[in-house]
Design a protein around this ligand. Sequence first.
Ligand code: FDA
Length: 319
Amino acid sequence: MFRSFFSYLAKAAWARKIVAKWSIAWKMASRFIAGETLADGIRVIKTLNAAGINATLDHLGENTDSPEKARQATQDIIQAFDAIEEAGVRANVSIKLTQIGLGISDELTLENLLQILNTARKYHSFVRIDMEDSPVTQRTINILYKAREAGYENVGIVIQAYLYRSEADIRKLLEDCFKVRLCKGAYTEPAKVAYPKMKDVDANYDRCAALLIDGSLARECPPLSPDGKTPPIPGLATHDARRIDFAKQYAAKVGLPNDAMEFQMLNGIRKDLQDGLVKEGYRVRVYVPYGTEWYPYFMRRIAERPADLLFLLPRFNFK
Ligand code: FDA
């Protein structure tokens, strides 16, 4: 119930107008968000890199409603690549297709995506397309394939374990040598497309993680760059210690070395787990969002764990 309520608030323009102005909201959001500027993102990445952790930088924004704003967002993302190169930090970039035009047209989205991929290619870097809610799942996958047809290998996608379709999507994506990040899924979805119960999402997460680990052992894919890695490295995005343990044990059983898989987490969540995995020799990548459009991202984090709001209670006077 709480999850649906906060997911609703994430999309509600009226709530955004009110909540985004509260200084307490920003204070809470800043646990997850590097700051409002690109320089803030780079600063956080430097700290992560120093702890042996790679990053994926995300210029916050979604559901852009005009071609001008979509083009501006594209330029902002391109600047993020320039800043990563200039700072010499270890980071790639994550993007959302609705930020660069999916709400307007597939053509505009592809045009903007190809510009981003071209910049990433210049720097031998990689772009991860985040997955948004189920009405755009197939269009997001279609655009990924169009980018490949246009000659770009430096792009991967996110698949959400809560969707019934995801196991089949992963099989096809692996067959076609795409890099996949697996997450549980952050949107509120109807039972006709997604498992309503967390125990089923968890079971599907483990099934899909095993598929990705098997896929990584079975394939050699075209390198990203002359010095790039060839197998499709499984990107396992979760803070759930049980899911992580399952993946570690399964990989050990089938013989995938620790450094051939990557655990991914969100900035501000389970730093203890991140550091522990680095010590054990796993690759770890942290998603670092920055920008002024932090409201929907923050609301999705609260939807996942409404208990985080409890710390506000002492600040209100109920007398
Ligand atoms: P789960 O929600 O079961 O949480 C496990 C534990 O993690 C909790 O017990 C708690 O300790 C901690 N935790 C989780 N969320 C927390 C929070 N908000 N605050 C504090 N602690 C928290 N989703 C999507 O739909 N599309 C996408 O493209 C992406 N991309 C993405 C990238 C990366 C790198 C990550 C880590 C996650 C995503 N997600 C996403 C979000 C993902 O779908 C999911 O909503 C969150 O990761 C939370 O799910 P967990 O797997 O962590 O499990």
